[in-house]
Design a protein around this ligand. Sequence first.
Ligand SMILES: CCCCCCCCCC/C=C\CCCCCCCCCC(=O)SCCNC(=O)CCNC(=O)[C@H](O)C(C)(C)COP(=O)(O)OP(=O)(O)OC[C@H]1O[C@@H](n2cnc3c(N)ncnc32)[C@H](O)[C@@H]1OP(=O)(O)O
Ligand SMILES: Cc1cc2nc3c(=O)[nH]c(=O)nc-3n(C[C@H](O)[C@H](O)[C@H](O)COP(=O)(O)OP(=O)(O)OC[C@H]3O[C@@H](n4cnc5c(N)ncnc54)[C@H](O)[C@@H]3O)c2cc1C
Length: 667
Amino acid sequence: MAFLNKEIRDGDNQDLTEERRTATFDTDKMAEVIYGSEKLARRRREISHAVSRIPELADSRPLPFLDRFEKVTEGTRKLSVLDRHLAELIDVNDNGEALHLYHEVMGMEGHPLALHEVMFVPALIGQASDEQYEKWLGRAKRREIIGCYAQTELGHGSNLRKLETTATYTPSTQEFILHTPTITALKWWPGALGKSSNYAVVVADLIIKDKSYGPHPFIVQLRDEKTHQPLPGITVGDIGPKMAFNGGDNGYLGFDNFRIPRENLLNRHSRVEADGTYVRPPHAKIGHSAMIRVRSHMATGQGWLLGHALTIAIRYSAVRIQGFLEDKSHEVKVLDYQTQQHRLFPAIARAYAFIFCGFETIRLYDQLILDMNSNGNTSGMADLHALTSGLKSVVTHFVGQGIEQARMACGGHGYSMASYISEIYGVAIGGCTYEGENMVMLLQLARYLVKSVELVKSGKANQLGPMVAYLAVADHKVNLATGPDSYVKMFQYISKRQSWKATEKFLKFMENGDSRDVAWNKTAVELTRASRLHTRLYIMETFIRRVESVTDIPVKSALTDLLNLHLNYELLDVASYALEDGFMSSNQMDFIKNQLYSSLEKIRPNAVSLVDSFQFSDMQLRSVLGRRDGHVYQNLFDWAKSSPLNKTDVLPSVTQYLKPMMEKAKL
Ligand SMILES: CCCCCCCCCC/C=C\CCCCCCCCCC(=O)SCCNC(=O)CCNC(=O)[C@H](O)C(C)(C)COP(=O)(O)OP(=O)(O)OC[C@H]1O[C@@H](n2cnc3c(N)ncnc32)[C@H](O)[C@@H]1OP(=O)(O)O
Ligand SMILES: Cc1cc2nc3c(=O)[nH]c(=O)nc-3n(C[C@H](O)[C@H](O)[C@H](O)COP(=O)(O)OP(=O)(O)OC[C@H]3O[C@@H](n4cnc5c(N)ncnc54)[C@H](O)[C@@H]3O)c2cc1C
């Protein structure tokens, strides 16, 4: 096969070079598909290159050796250097370029501007009126002020209706009084709240004349703009170390009858008149737009995280030689073992699938915002909420699983922080919790599915949206050998059957006298299963659509191999649903398994290039195991030697404690 990979470098590990030579496609072309455009893929490379020429932007030491205080300081130092170079490095109006630059330079540990960009500014864009744009948005975008999104409390995160922070309107002064009535009402978790932000979008229960109107967003100044000291009436601090994001300052926040002007209720959609009259929003949940935005972006973000871990694991697996196959005189690359391929290749396919699917949800979100801002049309909200609730849950769960497999696939060295996989894992699985706890969000999608089944049952199938239309389609047997569409049909059958079964079970409990809530809880596990299946079906369909649209033939062919692996792996994983009622035959099951094993063989020669196509620079990768050059052992040894513990041969802990113990034992 012709050699197409542009990135062969002299001096790289020969085993990796050999892998790169077997590629059947051009990794630059594949990167265009992964990042959505030729321009962004190219700009990522250019930005990484430009960053590498500014020494102050490099980590001053490997991040795993830093303690929390040093991580926060290091992150902030790099931010200030970045600030000086921003305009020369990127087009500051291009989100894709900005996202790449920050990932490259800042790593994964979190930093003071992450939530400012990801939630504070978007919350202003989605919730602030034109006058409020005038007052706050420009300042926020120029970073004259730094903000965060303070919603979750010590006592409540999922159930927003029970947030305890109050914002009580006082008509006489035209102010809201923000108050934290109990310890459980303390805001808890918001990123960049603890030490960095001087402003926040605070979500609090709006109270007018003793009546609660539920959670609403307010812009609140927390700290003095000159001294950065907390304002009187504000208690704020850092919540301590976490599984990951330890360069970030997730914080707590309390208010003691803290007054803000009436104009600080973000009032694009709902407002309070001077006399206390409340003007309702066009949709009850429109205040949640910043959350829906992050959920819409999560599938691509998480797909890249999985790609990051897999780049490390696949490159390492091509360099790690251990054990024999036929020839007992030469050990083989661990990547040649079928078990290693089965551990890693389906995860590569998922990383690609999640990224492609995420592009679709981002487009849907952008369209929704356009509709809402141009003509107040909120009709797409329910669909997007259901879709992104399921997607964030399924994707974060599988990404966590995939990264953990990547760690194990690296054997002992995967467990070392030199691999960086533990950091990627910590960051990724945060996504199972933030932006809506996964089970809670699966149950949100389940509400939508149950309603859809109820529509079909009541003869209103014509009201179903396109994403759930399959819930009304009649069953008919499929021949899997006819290609991707037959897999979709089989998956539709499985997903439909589970949605129907869960709905029937739920309705039956109610018929037997249970209240709706009790019946729901008794069916909840089955309902979450329905949500997962529905979401996996959607991911499968978007993967097929994306591969069909690719025009570069070698890239399309490599993607088709990945797609086939995905289809067979996914179907095998859920086959029991179709086997139990005989819809799938045991012959079909054997067919799926054989297809899967032959997909692993097809993908093997392209494995390294499929992860090279993510084009993570060594700086962004931050992994000693995964570096492009593949010189794993020398790099690991150098890294270990740089450990602060190795600065001296004899540590004070030894002289102070160990030695006396040993001496005492001799007596
Ligand atoms: C350039 C772009 C950058 C983008 C970056 C993306 C990141 C990618 C990852 C990359 C990796 C690293 C980056 C690091 C960044 C870290 C970012 C961390 C950010 C974390 C921030 C937070 O966590 S903020 C807090 C989030 N909190 C939550 O999500 C709370 C969860 N709870 C809820 O959302 C809701 O309460 C609920 C949905 C669970 C229930 O809502 P509620 O009680 O209000 O509703 P009801 O039960 O009354 O339901 C009534 C009906 O309303 C429907 N509903 C509910 N919500 C919505 C909605 N949002 N839209 C539409 N409809 C909604 C509900 O379904 C009910 O409907 P019916 O069934 O029809 O009655
Ligand atoms: C890294 C990270 C960053 C964060 N950043 C922010 C931020 O910037 N701003 C912010 O405001 N918040 C932030 N959060 C908080 C986060 O949004 C919440 O922790 C999250 O929404 C989950 O809420 P909870 O903690 O109340 O979980 P809980 O709801 O208490 O979940 C505990 C358990 O209860 C179950 N459960 C709860 N309700 C139900 C139900 N109705 N049905 C079935 N099971 C249920 C859950 O499934 C889970 O198993 C962050 C969290 C993390 C981890």
